[in-house]
Design a protein around this ligand. Structure first.
Ligand code: AKG
Length: 201
């Protein structure tokens, strides 16, 4: 299990392009489900999540990086197949309600056109037998049973709020993840510059 959050302030232009979560996660198989938990109302006006029903049956689809600064995804990844907006279903939720989506489901969300905040947290449940195909070993919390596979670094179970060991573990993982993100961004930028200078030749 891993967590994250998606926050849109009132009148926030931030949006999420149509994408499949599994695209850049580097997992051996797409046995992952996300619980999107609404902490505020999430509706059509403030940019609720939208999904294309049944799209997870298409398997992994190609994506392109857009690097749009208003895109809440790290690379602004956008699925490279035509998405018919008429097929989209709005997942309107009240605070405390959740939606569940498969890692290959095409989904996204529009900007917040309202005066109210839209905030949701995500909990990603990964089957323990799934492994990472990229170099860095991520951490995860075991939520049930025994982990016979040890494919992820086991997160310590906090014994109380702000347990110092759990906080130190979290801070080390965040620092490592920032370091990786910066390395990817630097690699991406030098690739863009190389392509630009090649096109000038
Ligand atoms: O919160 C959103 O608008 C998008 C969420 C999302 O892309 C995800 O949970 O994978």
């Amino acid at each position: 299990m891993a967590t994250g959050h998606f926050d849109k302030k009132p009148r926030d232009p931030s949006f999420v392009s149509w994408h499949q979560d599994g695209t850049y996660w580097g997992l051996s198989e797409p046995s992952v489900v996300t619980a999107w938990i609404a902490l505020t109302p999430s509706n059509r006006n403030n940019g609720c999540m939208r999904v294309i029903p049944g799209s997870h049956h298409q398997g992994q689809l190609p994506h392109r990086d857009t690097d749009d600064k208003n895109n809440l995804l790290s690379r602004g990844q956008d699925v490279e197949v035509k998405v018919d907006e008429a097929d989209a279903v709005d997942l309107e939720l009240r605070p405390g309600q959740i939606s569940l989506h498969h890692t290959m489901l095409i989904h996204g969300s529009k900007p917040n056109f309202s005066d109210t905040r839209r905030l949701g947290i995500t909990i990603r449940y990964v089957a323990a037998h799934v492994s990472q195909t990229s170099g860095f070993k991520d951490s995860a919390t075991l939520v049930r049973g025994t982990d016979k596979h040890r494919n992820f670094v086991a997160e310590p179970r906090p014994s109380r709020d702000f347990d110092p060991d759990a906080v130190a573990f979290y801070e080390a993982m965040v620092a490592e993840s920032r370091r990786r993100k910066d390395a990817i961004a630097a690699h991406h930028q030098s690739r863009q510059e190389r392509l630009k200078s090649e096109s000038r030749l």
